[in-house]
Ligand binder design. Structure first.
Ligand SMILES: Cc1ncc(COP(=O)(O)O)c(C=O)c1O
Length: 221
């Protein structure tokens, strides 16, 4: 993981029994280190988003959405490297091809949006995004191809607006989402998603690794 990964995510991963190696300031740099360790130590490499089996696993999120709510018309999903949305859109559209899927990136790390818009997979020179999970310079070959063909729309918005949505979700839903997970709700709150009134919308709240230690010592009344 990158050295600036959320402390609670590092702790949770260690608690599952993993050894966590921290390297670089962005996932792409940590990934280079992972490949080096694979070469040196013979480890098995598992890509965190550009892997068919992983995408199939994330497709179960789409299946669960459809099973819970077969009337769903629009699903909004955060994008980092694009694995999650690849699985969700493939599963949902297999259940009902009319379901619309929208992806949300940080405008400081719009690797998928720019690749799709410019018609080819590209690597961002710089990234201005601090949200773990969205901070990626280059999406995957497989995920780019799936998103290009099976995602209806991509929107981007700044980290600050996504963090506003973290608080909105806590206040209104009594749920603790991390930044990446709040991005779909942020896009809705900012009016970036065009949908007719009464459209049946699902936002994927994809994770809750928030550094709650920051809250210790606050007065709560
Ligand atoms: C909570 C959360 N949501 C969404 C994503 C984005 O997933 P993907 O990289 O498959 O697009 C991540 C990625 O790490 C994440 O941690």
């Amino acid at each position: 993981m990158a050295e600036n990964a959320t402390p609670s995510k590092i702790a949770a991963t260690r608690a599952y029994g993993a050894e966590v190696v921290l390297h670089g300031t962005i996932w792409d740099e940590a990934n280079e280190k992972a490949k080096q360790l694979v070469a040196e130590k013979g480890y098995t490499y598992i890509h965190p988003f550009d892997d068919e089996q992983l995408i199939v696993g994330q497709g179960t999120v789409g299946l669960e959405i459809y099973q819970d709510w077969p009337d769903v018309e629009l699903a909004i999903v955060p994008i980092g490297g694009g694995g999650l949305i690849s699985g969700v859109t493939t599963a949902l559209k297999a259940c009902n091809p009319k379901i619309k899927v929208v992806g949300v990136e940080s405008s400081g790390a719009p690797a998928m949006t720019r690749s799709v818009r410019e018609g080819g997979l590209l690597t961002l020179d710089t990234v201005d995004c601090i949200i773990d999970g969205l901070r990626v310079k280059r999406v995957g070959d497989k995920t780019y191809d799936i998103v290009r063909r099976h995602v209806d729309e991509l929107v981007t918005l700044p980290d600050e607006q996504i963090f506003e949505a973290v608080v909105w979700i806590m206040a209104h839903l009594k749920v603790v989402p991390e930044g990446a997970a709040a991005a779909p709700v942020a896009a809705l709150l900012q009016g970036l998603i065009k949908a007719a009134p009464r459209t049946k919308v699902v936002c994927v709240l994809s994770g809750g690794n928030v550094n709650l230690e920051q809250l210790r010592g606050l007065k709560w009344n």
